[in-house]
Design a protein around this ligand. Structure first.
Ligand code: KG4
Ligand code: ZN
Length: 466
């Protein structure tokens, strides 16, 4: 298998010591004439520096002001970390020029969840088309782009690989710089695209199929993890509830449960709120899932019969379970958010916003309940529109823009990169370090890490340069 310096964000990944140092490739590739031309408007003074001082310039304050003041970047974002193949073109002034998402709904129904190999095949089938459509809708060609941003983790490596290969091919062919993006950071930062005046620091709740995170965003690339899930994420609990209730999974389970819950009595079943006794900001949804399964099994529901064909009595029973589940699942979020607000205000007394993002944040009940908590604590809730909460290319392009402005990017990959090149994929990649008070004693938190956190990499890189 061919090996190459597999970096996507040179300032970040140089520190991972994965393969050959990327600085060498950065320097050689930076000599690429076309790339120089592309960057000339923005960072000419820096690429003319001597090679040995190049890395120091990549995220210097000077670089920041030079690149940051240029508001004419156009970035293509590519996202394939899970089951959606997405691409978008975004301008650095926040204008979304195009957005395309191809979802694997049929596969989800067929396999009752994401099957990595099937998902990889599905991404491979549509990736070219999705990217082309994003460019066409934006009325642009590849050579009009300033950079390509792509999710490199966390996620399923088979799936990440499809997006990263596409991004590298395109960036290599058109001599474009490339930015490797953290999927969860992208979910958080898209709020800054939506609400231009959203300044650091702010608190973030990220709720999706695989993640349940409470993060204090202190600055770009500087995150403190206040809480995480010790087992399942809330989205997974929604999806399983939908499956056990025989709901239509084509739009994913969450929206189906949300719809049916509107017809039910949320107080009819007294599910237990998870982790009441844990005075931390961590989450657990595995127990609630089991409670729902037992409730379904002990009732007269037959999930083989789709809810659309169920008798009105049966439908009511399912709606009651959906509503009761949702009430408790969200109550768990509310309790942990209240504590996180307390903690975050101690660390950063100036916080004014709670950002809620990730697929589950598109849920209206979730938004309404969290809004109450936020108002009670004199903060403001920022929720991106539903299309930007679920996986999308816009959030990746925008995060690419934010880091590109800071000088955190890689030069174009070589045009002749072999298909089987070893790529820098980060399936398990924490966003920030755990807040000490938040360390859970719960044994099921999986600690094995493949990569150091994004925050620690960026901080180490900045220290090296100062
Ligand atoms: O962020 P996302 O699109 O993908 C991941 O990174 O996981 O989140 C997908 C999750 C799924 O579990 C889906 O059921 C859930 O978000 N979801 C919802 C809603 N829309 C999507 N959950 C509850 N209510 C919704 N309206
Ligand atoms: Zn996501």
């Amino acid at each position: 298998m061919a090996s190459l310096a597999p970096t996507l964000s040179s300032t970040i990944s140089r520190l991972t010591h994965l393969h050959k140092p990327s600085l060498h490739s950065a320097i050689t590739t930076l000599k690429n004439f076309r790339f120089k031309q592309k960057l000339s408007k923005r960072i000419r003074p820096f690429i003319n520096s001597s090679p040995s001082s190049l890395s120091a310039h990549f995220s210097s304050a000077q670089m920041r002001s030079t690149v940051g003041s240029d508001d004419d970047l156009v970035v293509l974002g590519i996202e394939t970390s899970c089951d959606d193949t997405a691409a978008a073109v975004v301008r650095s002034n926040g204008e979304i020029l195009s957005q395309v998402v191809s979802s694997q709904a049929d596969l989800l129904v067929q396999y009752g969840g994401v099957a990595p190999k099937m998902a990889e095949e599905a991404h491979s089938k549509v990736i070219d088309q999705v990217v082309q459509e994003a460019l066409d809708k934006a009325n642009l060609s590849e050579s009009d782009l300033s950079a390509v941003a792509v999710t490199i983790g966390p996620g399923l490596s088979l799936c990440l690989r499809v997006g990263v290969q596409k991004a590298r091919k395109l960036a290599g062919t058109y001599a474009l710089p490339i930015v490797g993006v953290h999927h969860m950071e992208a979910h958080a930062l898209v709020a800054r695209l939506v609400q231009g005046e959203l300044q650091f620091p702010f608190l973030v709740l990220l709720i999706s199929g695989g993640h349940n995170l409470l993060i204090l965003a202190r600055d770009l690339g500087n995150y403190v993890q206040l809480g995480t899930t010790i087992d399942d994420a809330i989205g997974e609990a929604y999806d399983k509830t939908a499956k056990w209730l025989g709901l239509d999974l084509r739009k994913s389970g969450g929206p189906a449960v949300e719809d049916l819950a509107r017809e039910g009595d949320a107080n009819s079943i007294k599910f237990k709120v998870p982790m009441k006794q844990h005075k931390d900001c961590n989450f657990s949804y595995a127990g609630l899932k089991t409670q729902v399964r037992l409730a379904v099994e002990s009732g007269s529901i037959n999930p083989e019969i789709p809810v659309s064909s169920a008798s009105s009595e049966d439908r009511k029973e399912r709606a009651n379970i959906a509503a009761s589940f949702q009430r408790v699942a969200v109550l768990h979020l509310e309790e942990k958010c209240e504590r996180a607000i307390e903690w975050a205000s101690k660390i950063e007394p100036s916080i004014k916003h709670l950002v809620v993002s990730g697929g589950v944040a598109s849920n209206q009940y979730v938004r309404a309940r969290l809004n109450q908590i936020v108002e009670k604590n004199c903060l403001q809730l920022v929720c991106p529109p539903p299309k930007l909460c679920t996986d999308n290319g816009v959030m990746v392009a925008w995060t690419g823009i934010e880091h590109f402005r800071m000088g955190r990017f890689d030069p174009p990959p070589p045009t002749n990169e072999p298909e089987d090149a070893v790529l820098d994929l980060r399936p398990r990649w924490p966003l920030g370090e755990e807040y000490t008070e938040g360390r859970s004693e719960a044994r099921s938190i999986r600690r094995a890490r493949i990569h150091p956190s994004l925050t620690s990499l960026i901080q180490a890189s900045m220290q090296q340069q100062s």
